[in-house]
Design a protein around this ligand. Structure first.
Ligand SMILES: [Zn+2]
Length: 315
């Protein structure tokens, strides 16, 4: 047995380790192989071994967009050359495409959109991803299989991504058009059910209810849709004052059983600001009284006792 392994042997050893699930060991072997090939001036083979080593960076479940980007970049110069890794042989171009899709997915999911525009953009990216995976059909994705995360047909990723896209579209619409947001969540619900994610389907269904709900404002009579967004219930003593027809038309303006009246956003904010102003004025009044009392106490206590009495109510 030779003391030093040839780069071919190291490459083989790397592949054996991949098959055993030892990806850290495999990465070491591939790096040694790349170095060995490099020393012999066999740059083409060195590049393959180097690419395999970069690929092993995806073995950890927390691999992020940057890791997939690195892999896509490493694969680019290999064109559509066949790659034999693990049990499968794939073209470098196909593998690169898969890495790019995974990179995009990781990137969108980590983006945490906050504005309506950002939600809409995230929705569009997720929708495009869903379509891309659907177009790949039933072919089993290489990367999850290679890293022992199961046989994942490309198209099986489509419903989840479509559901997430619809939820993002819903979030982008929720303040300007809650009914439209409810429709998006209805679509999301259907996609979640297709993906077999019943808990997420139910959560989307609840948003459909909440966003789709419309009432008539008790105060101004305006119609408002979107519970907690464009209207809310305010506690009220309405016993005996309920409208016989429920407030006019099919829309409720109150719920006597819960002791609330519905207020559209402008009316609710008027009531709440008024209440807030009153509360602040009352607090100021009490503060003034306490401070007057403290001043009197300091006066009575004299120079010796004063130090134990604060000059005013601390904030
Ligand atoms: Zn109103």
């Amino acid at each position: 047995m030779p003391l030093f392994k040839s780069p071919e042997e190291q490459l083989q050893e790397g592949n054996d380790r991949v098959l055993r699930g030892d990806f850290t060991g495999a990465q070491r072997s591939f790096l040694s192989a790349a170095e060995g090939f490099g020393k012999k001036g066999r740059t083409g083979e060195a590049q393959f071994a180097q690419t395999f080593a970069v690929l092993m960076g995806l073995a950890v479940p927390q691999a992020g967009a940057q890791d997939y980007q690195r892999v896509a970049e490493a694969l680019a110069p290999l064109g559509s050359a066949p790659i034999k890794l693990g049990t499968r042989s794939v073209s470098a171009a196909d593998l690169r495409r898969e890495a790019e899709l995974a990179r995009e997915e990781k990137d969108v999911l980590a983006s945490g959109p906050r504005t309506p525009e950002a939600h809409e953009q995230a929705g569009a990216r997720l929708q495009a991803l869903s379509l891309a995976y659907r177009q790949l059909g039933n072919q089993v994705l290489v990367l999850p299989e290679l890293f022992r995360r199961g046989a994942v047909p490309a198209s099986s990723k489509a419903p989840v991504l479509a559901a997430l896209a619809e939820e993002e579209f819903g979030e982008s619409e929720v303040t300007r058009d809650p009914k439209r947001a409810a429709e998006h969540n209805q679509n999301a619900r259907n996609w979640w059910m297709q993906a077999g994610e019943s808990a997420r389907a139910e959560a989307a269904g609840q948003r459909v209810q909440r966003y789709g709900r419309a009432v008539r404002c008790w105060f101004c009579g305006r119609e408002a849709a979107g519970d907690g967004i464009n209207f809310r219930g305010l506690s009220s003593d309405i016993a005996g004052f309920e409208h016989e027809d429920g407030g006019g038309g099919a829309l409720q303006d109150s719920d006597a059983s819960r002791g609330i009246v519905y207020a559209c956003r402008p009316c609710a904010s008027t009531v709440e600001r008024l209440a807030d102003e009153k509360a602040q004025a009352r607090t100021k009044e009490i503060e003034d009284r306490v401070n007057r009392m403290l001043a009197q106490m300091r006066q009575k206590a004299g120079p010796m006792g004063q130090q134990w009495i604060p000059a005013s109510l601390p904030p």
